[in-house]
Design a protein around this ligand. Structure first.
Ligand code: F0G
Length: 480
């Protein structure tokens, strides 16, 4: 919910009160320098106690509600036939309108199961845009990903309300060129993560469905961030103003054959699930669940988490909750814009994204400007974000580096977690960094894993630039 102040300014409002807190600390800059060096300049390898604000991700880091926590106490730890699973099944049937529910331990486990069953070597998944783990699973099964995001999706500064839209003209051309039998599915990712958490419109989704129907191609939707996409449809797409988030979600889901989701994002819990109304799809995937995840009524999740997802699904269709992340992100992004910092516009649905190629134009893409910026932001604020650029891309089979379309630093805003003064502090420190950006240089590899290298790879700074930053920071602010 946003409220208007008497000076005309609009601010986001926390529609909750804080009942329980976790203490956080702001380490001194010298400690932060040591921490980032021992983390190989990879923010994934920082420890919680090194951090002030953890904005690495909005995945599994959202604050739970009292109702989610109390539901966890009622969980039924049966190996098979757990009551908790049937509550989740009912929630999915009610909110998504889908009959068959398959539990899995998180989003990528769903991707693994789906790829294993449907991706044959030499086939393609056409998607609006890839997600890292999705692409990895498709490739591991011998398939390839084709991205058909519209031109606006690749432009960081835009007024386009639906940058996550698929280019439907290209979709038809691509199907005609490759032949429909080589395309195993069309995947639409809600609140498209890697281009800055950008939504697709209902109209675009329906146009894609129409083409998929013409060619008889299965459609899959990644619903990890579905409530935010529905919020953007409600607030940006004509004709949806008066619909509820639940009605919009239903309409979205009616367009596809199968959905899957990481329950760590919109649903504010941990875990994952696949759901469909097609018995054939269900029957094909289900036998894989006991092999890779766990029995079909827990799928590798704790039953406590299953209970919290069931409640979280009802919460995510509450307008005050579905929109709260997006509204805080807009507030934070607008602050940075006021300071002249280049951020992705319109602000998206899971975090604020800084355009590192504009922030650090002197660092070439293969010295990872967004990775260097992530390290620099940590050094000057104690807050960690996540590189979403060329470092997050794996090498091609021939060892060549793959350049990302964008070099972004994502500062995720987990739901119900941070306060406005924390975001004000971070925006101020980033504006200072922007004025000292010439001190930052690139990164180079020390240890580079072959798959999903960004998670655990280690790098070092070119010319030890962190010490230049340290000196400038200390002379302006002292230790903090
Ligand atoms: N799909 C999307 C759109 C995601 O954002 C994620 C995870 C996954 C699938 C995989 O789900 O983590 O539960 O296995 N995104 C996290 C992030 C990791 O930080 O953006 P998972």
């Amino acid at each position: 919910m946003e409220v208007k102040l008497s000076n005309g300014k609009v601010i986001p409002m926390e529609m909750h009160k804080i009942k329980i807190v976790q203490q956080t600390f702001l380490p001194a800059i010298e400690e932060r320098i040591e921490a980032i060096q021992s983390a190989g300049f990879n923010t994934f390898l920082l420890k919680s106690h090194n951090l002030f604000l953890d904005m690495l991700t909005d995945s599994g880091t959202n604050a739970m509600s009292d109702n989610q926590q109390s539901a966890m106490l009622l969980s039924d730890d049966a190996y098979a036939g757990s009551e908790s699973f049937y509550k989740l099944e009912e929630a999915v049937q009610d909110i998504f309108g889908l009959k068959y529910v398959i539990p899995a331990h998180q989003g990528r486990a769903c991707e693994h199961l789906i790829a294993k069953v449907f991706v044959k070597p030499g086939t393609y998944v056409i998607t609006n845009y890839h997600f890292t783990t999705t692409k990895a699973h498709i490739r591991l099964c011998g398939g390839e990903v084709i991205e058909l995001i519209g031109d606006e999706g690749r432009i960081t500064n835009s007024h386009c309300p639906f940058k996550g839209n698929m280019d439907v003209l290209e979709l038809r051309k691509t199907i005609e060129k490759l032949g429909k039998e080589r395309i195993n599915s069309i995947r639409m990712e809600a609140t498209t993560n890697l281009i800055g958490g950008q939504p697709f419109s209902m109209q675009n989704l329906k146009e894609v469905r129409k083409i998929a129907n013409e060619y008889g191609i299965m459609m899959v939707m990644d619903c990890s961030l579905i409530s935010e996409n529905a919020y953007f449809i409600k607030t940006r797409e004509p004709g949806f103003e008066d619909k509820t988030i639940k009605e919009i979600i239903r309409e979205m889901i009616e367009q596809v054959d199968m959905v899957y989701m990481s329950a760590r994002k919109s649903a504010m819990a941990r875990g994952g699930l696949i759901a469909t109304n097609h018995q054939r799809i269900f029957n094909e995937i289900l036998p894989n669940v006991p092999v890779y995840e766990g029995f079909i009524t827990y799928g590798g999740m704790s039953t406590k988490e299953i209970e919290s997802i069931a409640v979280g699904m009802y919460e995510m269709v509450d307008l005050n909750i579905a929109g709260s992340g997006a509204e805080f992100i807009r507030f934070f992004a607008n602050r940075l814009i006021e300071y002249g910092v280049p951020v992705v516009t319109p602000p998206g649905g899971l975090g604020c994204h800084i355009d590192a190629s504009k922030f650090l134009p002197n660092i070439p893409w293969n010295e990872y400007p967004a990775g260097a910026l992530a390290a620099a932001v940590y050094i000057i604020s104690g807050c960690r974000g996540m590189e979403r650029g060329s470092l997050s891309m794996d090498r091609e089979a021939d060892g060549e580096e793959e350049q990302s379309d964008m070099e972004l630093l994502r500062l995720a805003v987990p739901r119900r977690t941070f306060t406005m003064s924390q975001l004000e502090f971070l925006a101020d420190r980033i504006s200072w960094l922007y004025n000292h950006r010439d001190l930052i240089q690139g990164l180079k590899w020390v240890e580079e894993p072959p798959v999903l290298r960004f998670f655990i790879g280690r790098l070092e700074s070119i010319n030890r630039w962190e010490y230049d930053l340290l000196q400038a920071f200390q002379s302006d602010f002292g230790a903090y």
